[in-house]
Design a protein around this ligand. Sequence first.
Ligand code: ASP
Length: 319
Amino acid sequence: MSFSLIIHGGAGNIFPGMMTAEEETLYKLGLEQALQAGYRLLKSGGSAVDAVASAIASLEDDPMFNAGRGAVFTKKGINEMDAAIMDGSNLAAGAVAGVRNVKNPIKLAREVMLHSGHVFLSGAGAGEFALNRGIELAPDEYFLNKARYEQWLEIRDSDYYQLDHKADNLKGAPKTDYKFGTVGAVACDQNGNLAAGTSTGGMTNKQYGRIGDSPVIGAGTYANNTTCGISCTGHGEFFLRRVVAHDISCLMEYRGLSLKEACNIVVKGKLVEMGGEGGLIAMNAKGNHDFCFNSTGMYRGFIDASGKWMTAFYGVENE
Ligand code: ASP
C-alpha cells in the first residue's frame, strides 16, 4: 500500500554557507527524526492525522525549530504558540492560538479537533482545555532557548518583528543570524486520506496576542481529500490576507489546476506581488507532493512507503 509524508521546518533567508556543518547536521537529524516518526505510524496503518501530529511533535521537541521547545519570544519576552491540524477525509479541524507552557501545541490542536466540539481555542481558554484534557505542560524554563532569547534581545526595543530566520533583509533591522523555523507536515495514509498540520512560535518580537497564519484554517493550514493538504510557513500577515492554503485548494477544485500549478500561482505569483515571503508543502490524495517557496530556502523533507527519504534546505535541491 502506498503512503507518503512531507514536512517543513520553516522557510526564509536560508542559503548555503549560513550554517556550520554541525548546524546542518542538527537540522538534517531533526527533519529525519520527524520523517521517521510519521513513517512508523503510516507503515503500521496509522491515520494521516496521527502521522502529521507525531511528525510535528518530534519537530516541536527539537529546539532547532521555532515551535514548541524552540518557540521564539514575543515583545513581552514570553512564548505564545499557535498550531492547527486538519483531517482531509471529513474536514474536521482543530486549532489553538497564543498558548503558553503547552509542551506540544499540535497535540492540543488535535485534542480540540477530537474532543472540544469547537475548531479554534485561544489563550487562557485553550490553556484551561489543555489542563482538563490532561495535555502535557512544561515550565517556562523548558522554552528558554538561549539563541532565540538573544534574537529577541537584539530587537525588543524596536518596532521590528521578524521571521526567526529572516537574516538581515529587513531594512534597518540589526544583522542577526536567524536560522530556525515554523514546522509543518502533510501526510497521505494507506487509505488515501490526507491530513495537514502546522505549529509555530510565530515571529520574534511579535505583539502580545498576535496570531499568524499557521493556526488559521484555510490560511496556513488546510486539508481536503478532494484537492490537497497544505502547511505554510513565512510572513503570516500576507498568508492570512491571501488565504493561501484554501486558495490553492480552490484553484484545484474550481479551475482543475494541478497541485504544482496551483502552488506556483499563489506562492510565486500572488504572494510575491504583495511582498509576502515564504513557502509551503503540499500533497494531493495520490501522494504527489510539491515544495514551493519564494524565499531563498526552506527546511524540508519527504518519505514514501518504500522508506526512501530526502531532506533539503536551500533553493532547488534534490526534489
Ligand atoms: N507563518 C508564521 C507566522 O507568521 C511564521 C513562520 O512561518 O516562520 O506566525
